[in-house]
Design a protein around this ligand. Sequence first.
Ligand SMILES: CC(C)(COP(=O)(O)OP(=O)(O)OC[C@H]1O[C@@H](n2cnc3c(N)ncnc32)[C@H](O)[C@@H]1OP(=O)(O)O)[C@@H](O)C(=O)NCCC(=O)NCCS
Length: 181
Amino acid sequence: MSDLVIEGHDAAGLRAMREPVLAVYRQVYADQLGDPFRTPERFWERLDAYASRDGFGMVCGHVAGEMVGFALGYPLPARSRWWEALRGEYEGDQAFTREDGTRTFAFNELMTVPAWRGRGFAHALHDALLADRSEQRATLLTRPDNEPAHSAYLRWGWRIVGTMQPFPDSPIFDAFVLDLP
Ligand SMILES: CC(C)(COP(=O)(O)OP(=O)(O)OC[C@H]1O[C@@H](n2cnc3c(N)ncnc32)[C@H](O)[C@@H]1OP(=O)(O)O)[C@@H](O)C(=O)NCCC(=O)NCCS
């Protein structure tokens, strides 16, 4: 764990790191890059859109100068359409889904390259990204069959609030929420 160096970045920092970020992505999703939703180009389009949001934040982890993982997200803006795709208990629940620009941090991505897994790096990146956030809660999406991530999020205090399919060609994800201190 002592080998991991974590740095925080804004949108300009992300854009300056396009190549190392996509190098991490290609390793992590190597077996899915043929899926139109998973191509590096589509991934970068999504990151670029997240990075254009006010309050965007990112942390990346390096070992001996090489990027081994990152986490990033942005606060949902007032009147965000994020929750429109929510199905389940809170579907259409105005009190739960109302956003004012300061309530919810959308935790968009967390990944570490296979060679450096199982060392607590993802947990450290997760905690570092959320440590300085001023929002009341965070939300994220994970596939129900993504066992390592799904079970880790439940152990780290997140709870499932429903399912979501945010893009027509995306998987159906479980939607999680974590109350922030
Ligand atoms: C999910 C992922 C980020 C975990 O990365 P990691 O660096 O191995 O994570 P950590 O070492 O911090 O371990 C995370 C937790 O998973 C557990 N874990 C690690 N590998 C595991 C495995 N193969 N199976 C089950 N649990 C596992 C650890 O015990 C840890 O739990 P704890 O903090 O309660 O002890 C990584 O597998 C990954 O990048 N996956 C692909 C992208 C992805 O699915 N991201 C999350 C969804 S957006």
